[in-house]
Ligand binder design. Sequence first.
Ligand code: PMP
Length: 288
Amino acid sequence: MKVYLNGEFVAKEQASISVFDHGLLYGDGIFEGIRLYEGCVFKLDQHLERLEHSAKAILLDIPISRAELAAAVCETCRQNNLDSGYIRLLITRGVGHLGLSPTGCERPNVVIIADKIQLYPKEYYDEGLKIITVPTRRISPAALPPMVKSLNYLNNILAKMEAQQSGYLEAIMLNDEGYVAECTGDNIFIVYKGRIITTPSSAGALRGITRDVAISIAEELGLPMDTNNITRYDVWNAEECFLTGTAAEIIPVVEVDGRCVGDGHPGPITKSFMDLFRAKVSLEGSMI
Ligand code: PMP
């Protein structure tokens, strides 16, 4: 495997950055997770736009242009002879002093890794996922905007470990007000009386690229779509529920906190979202 590191392609074993990088010392940096489907990078421009927005929010200057980053992403896939896979693009604050201040960090490090993807097992796409709500709350947007896809994921990692300790793969995180924020690594949608509802970023949701695709699918299907606060009660009583994420794509949820969602099987609306999503990945990518 060859890793892109600041304009060079280096062997996996040599792809390393300093222990004084603030990305390691403080989680000070940003990233994107992107999919490659059959030689096409899905929604590359949208991912790079979100990366730029994350950079702006944390006052980080990306050292190369969007076009150069796009070219680097595609070249990393080619260098690794990948046809389909997962791309991790990250930009760290760079090497600095031991203090918090990034003023001494002169050059951000740009890293691109392209690898095979580990998906949820197929049975969950057919039969649906069971999830729970975990005690760890999603960090408040007033503390760290959830729209920033930062290298500091401890909040989500703690929630993920709580899910795993209880034997679940994914979990709902609530915000400080008790509304549903999102899942540990996915956005959440419910179907209630034919309306599609997802949570707003003000509630603690990342503006997911797959979430945007799902919103556009709702429009295509002519289904009413709301971005609103929802509670656990709303999820328990939904007709259908599904999660969206770059790695997960669109995956049905059939049980939440021990309550069956709908009839306990993936619903027809979820299935049509999954079908339309699959059709889009082969049509709406940028060729590498
Ligand atoms: N929420 C969180 C916390 C995430 O980390 C992710 C990405 N894995 C998502 C939602 C889904 O976003 P996207 O569709 O852009 O992958």
